[in-house]
Design a protein around this ligand. Structure first.
Ligand SMILES: Nc1nc2c(ncn2[C@@H]2O[C@H](COP(=O)(O)OP(=O)(O)O)[C@@H](O)[C@H]2O)c(=O)[nH]1
Ligand SMILES: [Mg+2]
Length: 448
């Protein structure tokens, strides 16, 4: 067959080549080329034409080959397919059960509520883009004072909660039981929670009974002080110098802002001169480790990570070992937060906790539960569940800037007895602030 083809080509060329040379020579003659140069010129032109044709063919072939190599669009969009995820989940469940040496665990009594919005699965390149966006956002940071930043972050809660309270108190109504009832409703709808609201209203009723002439301004100030009192918890402050390395385990359901919070903390601690090390314990989502690595690079901080699907306890082990070997001041460990296998999630967290405490004395020194303020009362339910599994010692409440229901801060203090360590009031690194109850209350209640 090949011989046949070669023979055909040779015949084609020997028959046609002289004719083409003759044709081009004629064209050259018309162009005024002297006779002795025409034949060689014609050959040269033919050679150049053939080269161009071959080059074009090669380019077309290369394009075709590259297009074939690209994955199918569906695969590219979603990363792992649903079936694959389910399979991986199942594998994970089996591993955890085998490791714990137990049969199937009893499901937890209460259900963890789904957050209102499940985050999209972030692809690695998207992870970088996300962090880029955040860094971009913080660049033109206006020279706002910390207080003004807090005010700006609480703008939604301020205008809804304090706005409603002020129009209630400023309406010329008598301060009496009926007015307190309306105030009670405002507090409940701002996510103070039933228990905290009742306590606050009870305290207001008492002061109303004490003071014969309780005007709206007195009531407003009493309310402010009652809220302040509930935010000032008798909890040990977060003292990073207490241990070295000081290990922080960060827990919480998907999408609440764990990885972002860790990234911001890493940058803040590093800029305070601390040697920080991060552990990418959310091995369930490849993008989580990628996202943490990007934050790590920006903060100039090392990130210990394993492949996707690896055992999170193994990451905890390696991260703890590395933190000791590198003499790190702070180790922050990210964890997975998937909801649909919550029993295993809790088992997994317990295991990670055990590994940390085995490798570093008294670790984790802080178990920071990240809650999303926009999920309101669901955040409290999540907190109770995590408290059952691991000894949560503090809360980071993110996205306060995105909700009008900032009252949940008060509910956390009042109902869970857990100190709020940090609040997230925006996307920039500086918008994760150590929680200062006084500044919070003053910023919230300040009149425009
Ligand atoms: N507005 C606002 N967004 C936040 C805050 N903290 C985190 N986020 C966003 O919440 C989303 C989920 O965060 P991520 O750290 O990936 O959550 P994780 O699944 O718990 O690790 C990201 O888009 C973050 O930028 C905050 O304080 N304010
Ligand atoms: Mg994460």
């Amino acid at each position: 067959m090949i011989e046949n083809l070669t023979e055909k080509w040779t015949r084609f060329l020997t028959e046609n080549l002289p004719r083409w040379i003759e044709f081009i020579s004629e064209l050259l003659a018309q162009a005024g080329v002297p006779e002795q140069y025409r034949a060689i010129g014609a050959l040269g032109i033919l050679y150049a034409l053939a080269t161009i044709v071959v080059l074009v063919l090669v380019l077309i072939l290369l394009r075709l080959v590259r297009r074939k190599k690209k994955p199918a669009p569906a695969e590219e969009e979603g990363g792992a397919g649903e079936a694959e995820i389910a399979e991986r989940e199942e594998r994970h469940e089996e591993e955890v059960a085998a490791e714990a040496g137990e049969g199937p665990t009893e499901p937890l009594a209460a259900e963890i509520p789904e957050p209102e919005l499940e985050p999209e699965r972030v692809r690695p390149e998207r992870a970088e883009a996300l962090v880029e966006e955040k860094v971009e956002l913080e660049k033109p940071a206006p020279p706002l004072s910390l207080f003004d930043r807090m005010r700006a972050g609480l703008a939604k809660t301020h205008s809804s909660l304090i706005g409603r309270i002020d129009s209630l108190l400023g309406g010329g109504r008598k301060v009496d039981a009926a007015l307190l009832e309306d105030l009670e409703e405002i507090l409940v709808t701002a996510d103070f929670g039933i228990k905290t609201t009742q306590e606050v209203i009870g305290a207001l009723e008492k002061s109303l009974a004490r003071e014969s002439d309780c005007g709206p301004e007195v009531l407003r100030n009493t309310l402010k002080e009652e809220i302040r009192k509930r935010l000032r918890l008798e909890a040990d402050p977060l003292d990073l110098d207490k241990a070295s390395p000081f290990a922080i385990m960060v827990v919480g359901v998907n999408g609440v802002g764990k990885t972002t919070t860790i990234g911001k903390l890493a940058r803040q601690y590093a800029s305070q001169g601390k040697k920080v090390l991060l552990g990418a314990g959310d091995t369930f989502r490849a993008a989580a480790a990628e996202q943490l690595t990007v934050w790590g690079e920006r903060a100039g901080v090392e990130v210990i990570r394993h492949a996707e699907g690896a055992d999170p306890a193994a990451v905890a082990f390696d991260a703890a070992k590395a933190a000791i070997a590198r003499k790190a001041d702070v180790l922050i460990l990210d964890t997975a937060g998937r909801l649909h296998t919550k029993v295993n999630l809790m088992e997994e967290l317990k295991k990670v906790h055990r590994v940390l405490s085995r490798e570093i004395p008294a670790a984790p020194h802080e178990t920071l539960l990240v809650l999303d303020a926009t999920t309101g009362q669901n955040a409290l339910v999540q907190a109770r569940l995590f408290k059952e599994a691991v000894e949560v010692s503090g809360i980071a409440l993110t996205k306060l800037d995105g909700t009008a229901k900032g009252g949940v801060v008060v509910a956390i203090g009042g109902e869970l007895g857990l100190p709020v360590r940090y609040v997230g009031i925006g996307e920039g690194v500086e918008d994760l602030r150590p929680f200062d109850p006084d500044m919070f209350v003053d910023a919230l209640f300040q009149r425009d």
